[in-house]
Write a protein that binds this ligand. Structure first.
Ligand SMILES: [Zn+2]
Length: 435
């Protein structure tokens, strides 16, 4: 069997399979029970002032998500009208730090009792207030770590503000750094120094307002003089959802490959509870060992270390890699650190343990153990990261409904897919070849 594809392929299922990010929207009302209302005459600024507008807003953002081709969608799980007893939050402004502190404390205080704020652990919690002026904010505002599942939107927030705030909730910073305005992105010497921690975004600043400025600062040339590849890099920042260039004419319609990689990592781990499934990465050239390869390859890896292989396999079985090692895109150091082996069952119970050299080798001492007894070595291996074969990804990690994201290339091996999975390619064409 040979399968060649670029883009998406659905395995063992007949309908489009998305991974859903659950979004729960809560609306603060005033004492009279009215919804927030946008005072702006521009209909594009009425995104959150009515149920139908919220539904349309999420649908619009889902079209944008779909166009990015990463297989994720927002699932609007509910729109909740909060009771008028919470009308003191009606005008809560997301740009006010004290508001955040107070609101988070209140949500937390009520969470385990009446949960009057309808906080949901399994969703991103979006609160709509009557604050005016566009925009919204994630708490804590983008300083590290960014992770949060609370967003407050002003009722007249723009078309992509929610998606931008969601990016923060998934640990993305602004393209100009993990800071907000150019003033707070500067270091003590007045130099803008904050990085967005993303490798494929060129340098950006909230103080630059055109593709020319970004081009000059990064490539020392005007935009028009750049190569196609350089222009693309400038465009990817200028039109980025996580940039501040919307007012400069930026389209806010894209995220870069590495921004997506980072979001998916977060969706697989720290934000797992809001996601309906996970993305399993496959890369035939991956470094590191998958958790499933580890046990079978351990003997070869510990050959030169003191003691029999069983010291290390026993320790690995007792303390296997946790779930955080299963879905990462890159491998992470994993220590295998057996303690001094316990007395073997047949060594007499009155023999001192660990056995002192001067008494000689204890009776019934295991023949494959070193004598004199040595301490096992601490052993570190890079575990996790992408799976090297599609079969390993399916057998070791993927659950029903998950996505496999396969790095371009040819993969040879047994191919029997019995789970409902989406297979997506990453940076090119994938060939799956049965053997
Ligand atoms: Zn932001």
């Amino acid at each position: 069997m040979l399968l060649v594809f670029g883009g998406f392929l659905l395995a063992a299922h007949d309908a489009a399979a998305w991974i859903q990010w659950r979004v729960s929207v809560k609306v603060f009302r005033n004492a009279a029970g009215n919804w927030p209302a946008s005072a702006d005459s521009n209909p594009e600024r009425h995104n959150f002032d009515a149920q139908s507008n919220i539904v349309a807003h999420i649908a619009e953002n889902n079209r944008l998500l779909a166009s990015m081709g990463w297989g994720y969608q927002f699932e609007l799980t509910e729109i909740v009208e909060l009771p008028t007893s919470l009308s003191n939050w009606f005008n809560a402004d997301p740009y006010d730090d004290q508001t955040w502190t107070d609101l988070e404390r209140e949500i937390d205080r009520h969470r385990l009792t009446d949960n009057v704020y309808r906080y949901r652990r399994e969703a991103i919690n979006v609160y709509i207030s009557n604050a005016q002026g566009g925009g919204g904010a994630t708490s804590p505002r983008p300083i590290l770590p960014v992770l949060s599942d609370l967003i407050i939107m002003r009722v007249d927030a723009g078309k992509t503000t929610f998606f931008h705030e969601f990016g923060h909730a998934m640990d993305l910073c602004h393209t100009h750094g993990c800071c907000n305005t150019c003033d707070d992105c500067k270091d003590e010497f007045g130099v803008e120094s904050s990085s967005d921690r993303i490798a494929d975004t060129v340098r950006d600043s909230d103080c630059w307002h055109s593709t020319n400025e970004i081009a000059l600062e990064n490539f020392n040339q005007f935009y028009a003089a750049l190569s196609a590849g350089q222009r693309r890099q400038v465009d990817d920042v200028f039109h980025n959802l996580m940039s501040y260039h919307r007012d400069d004419g930026g389209l806010a319609n894209r995220l870069t490959h590495d921004q997506w990689d980072h979001m998916v990592d977060i969706a697989n781990a720290a934000r797992r509870e809001i996601s309906s499934g996970t993305t399993v990465f496959v890369d035939k050239d991956a470094l590191g060992l998958s958790p499933c390869e580890l046990l079978s390859q351990l003997a070869g890896l510990v050959e030169h270390l003191p003691g029999p292989t069983s010291w290390y396999t026993d320790e690995l079985n007792a303390h296997p890699p946790g779930p955080e090692y299963y879905l990462r895109r890159t491998c992470n150091t994993f220590p295998i650190d057996p303690s001094t082996p316990p007395r073997p069952p047949k060594v007499p119970s009155d023999w001192p343990w660990p056995p002192p050299d001067y008494l000689g080798k204890p009776p019934e001492y295991p023949s494959d153990w070193p004598w004199p007894l040595l301490d096992p070595a601490l052993f570190e291996v890079c575990v996790g990261g992408a799976y090297k074969t599609v079969a390993d990804a399916i057998n070791c990690a993927a659950q029903e409904g998950d996505r496999l994201q396969i790095k371009a290339g040819t993969y040879v091996g047994p191919l029997r897919i019995t789970k409902r999975l989406t297979l997506a390619t990453d940076r090119g064409t994938v060939r799956l070849q049965g053997n």
